[in-house]
Design a protein around this ligand. Structure first.
Ligand SMILES: O=P(O)(O)O[C@H]1O[C@H](CO)[C@@H](O)[C@H]1O
Ligand SMILES: O=c1cc[nH]c(=O)[nH]1
Length: 235
């Protein structure tokens, strides 16, 4: 079997899939946590691996950047490969003054400026929320660490467009950070009755850029987020 974007065979994916935006980060994660990892997709360079962690099956696959790209892969994983859980493992720009570069955010809900979930239910502003069970497992695995925050983020379509006053207002509302995929992933999980969670490492801060990570650090500083994501995947 194959889909337009995934060439894996039926059964090639584990029930839980970790999804970083960058396919090369998927490769690094797979090599780091699964000595038995095997490549199951490379269509369009969107690398996916399946192996085991502590004897339990797990897959890792890139989602690409932005809600349309992530939506294609998450939909195909749920619809054609029987995947039950996706856990996004990504980077975020900090918004709240309570979060610092290097901290981790467990995203319970994702506001968005995108129209993707708006199209789902006529007349409804869809609430994009994480699986409570996955979030609880991730938070439990954090064991009260004070650099792990739980709350809302915003999934924006633009990476660069700055709208005057927007970030400050989001901070006023307690929004912890920004990414570009979570809201759509949560919407697709609701559509298919499956589970999704997003665990993000703060790579930069939109209100204070003095400690922002380098591009290289953004790709390698995700140890805590990975630990929480694996705990959620296997909960
Ligand atoms: O680090 P990843 O997972 O790619 O996540 C963030 O980084 C990308 C932008 O640089 C967007 O995909 C955003 O959501
Ligand atoms: O979407 C994102 C992700 C990381 N950092 C940002 O500033 N924005």
């Amino acid at each position: 079997m194959a889909t337009p974007h995934i060439s894996a065979e039926a059964g090639d994916f584990a029930p839980a899939v970790l999804m970083p935006g960058d396919p090369l980060r998927a490769k690094r994660i797979a090599e780091q946590i699964m000595p038995d990892a095997r490549l199951v997709n490379e269509v369009r360079g969107m690398l996916a691996y399946t192996g085991t962690v502590n004897g339990k099956p797990l897959s890792v696959m890139g989602s690409g950047m932005g809600q349309p790209s992530a939506s294609i892969y998450v939909t195909e994983l749920f619809k054609f490969y029987g995947v039950e859980r996706v856990i996004r493992v990504g980077t975020t720009g900090g918004i709240s003054r309570d979060v610092s570069v290097g901290d981790v955010i467990v995203a319970m809900g994702a506001h968005t400026d995108s129209n993707m979930n708006q199209q789902r239910i006529p007349g409804v502003n869809f609430s994009a929320v994480a699986s409570f069970n996955l979030a609880r497992a991730a938070v439990d695995a954090a064991e009260g660490a004070d650099n792990v925050h739980v709350g809302t983020i915003i999934s924006r379509d633009h990476f660069y467009l700055a709208i005057e006053g927007q970030i400050q207002k989001l901070a006023d509302y307690g929004v912890l950070g920004v990414d570009m995929e979570a809201a759509a992933m949560y919407g697709i999980a609701a559509e298919f009755g499956r589970e999704a969670l997003t665990v993000l490492t703060v790579s930069d801060h939109l209100l204070d850029g003095s400690k922002d990570m380098s591009a290289e650090e953004r790709e390698s500083n995700f140890g805590t987020a990975l630990k929480l994501a694996i705990a959620a995947a296997h909960s």
